[in-house]
Design a protein around this ligand. Structure first.
Ligand code: ATP
Length: 227
């Protein structure tokens, strides 16, 4: 479902004399439906860079990144937008808050974007907000003023509203309390059970051991230094 083939990434720092930083060289791996793959490796190895490439936020110099039938490296911007709407979800630990939009709408928006009825989308959003322990009195408010942990849980509810066939998870359990961490792990298990292919970064080792089927050490894609 998610398949990287011979992928490389180089940053060119135009504001620093055009310095070239090679980060990823010849990476090939993937995640099958129902599988959760953890990216591991030391700080700076390139985990976040790979995630951003798979989501299409960073350009990829060479190779292919296939999500289902679409190669993100070659795709037109409108294909990337459609892919993100229907196929590829991204859950980070940070909510990008849009002022004045009520929490319930923030969470149900991905469903409404794919044509789910307003009632059905709201019902799913309410169920997720309840599961993630966001008190009902907050649902009609914008999450702008919520605590960090509340914003993180709203973001997770939004990320899991639509049943994406492919998902990227960036530290989804970071800084959650025990009960909410448990809810997120159950959501990941549910997503796997319905056949989602997942790639994630999990610094929480116990979480990784529980939900991930395989680990990919990103250091193995470090560019070879010429002798
Ligand atoms: N936008 C960018 N421009 C230039 N260099 C970048 C950029 N993003 C990342 N890098 C470089 O790429 C390398 C990998 O960074 P990345 O953030 O992917 O590592 P990571 O494995 O996710 O680290 P951590 O575990 O600390 O988050 C680093 O050396 C970093 O400086």
């Amino acid at each position: 479902m998610i398949c990287l083939q011979n992928v490389s990434k180089t940053f060119i720092l135009h504001n620093q004399g055009g310095a070239v930083i090679e980060v990823i060289s010849d990476a090939s791996f993937g995640a099958a439906p129902g599988e959760c793959v953890a990216l591991t490796g030391a700080s700076g190895a390139g985990k976040s860079t790979l995630m951003r490439m798979i989501y299409g936020n960073y350009l990829t110099q060479s190779g292919a990144i296939r999500i289902g039938e679409v190669d993100l490296v070659q795709a037109e911007p409108r294909e990337v937008i459609a892919l993100r709407r229907e196929v590829l979800g991204y859950v980070s630990q940070f909510l990008r808050v849009v002022p004045r939009v009520p929490t319930l709408d923030v969470v149900s928006e991905p469903l409404r974007a794919i044509g789910t009825s307003a009632d059905e989308a709201a019902a799913r959003a309410k169920a997720l907000l309840t599961q993630l322990n966001i008190p009902q009195r907050l649902w009609s408010l914008s999450p702008t003023t919520f605590s960090g942990g509340e914003q993180q849980r709203v973001n997770i509810a939004r990320g899991f509203a639509h049943s994406y066939p492919a998902m990227l998870l960036d530290e989804p359990t970071a800084s959650l309390d025990g009960a909410n961490r448990e809810v997120v792990l159950a959501l990941i298990e549910e997503a796997k059970a319905r056949g989602a292919a997942i790639i994630g970064i999990f610094h929480d080792e116990a979480a990784r051991a529980r939900v991930c089927d395989r680990e990919i050490d990103v250091s193995r894609f470090a560019p070879k230094v010429a002798a």
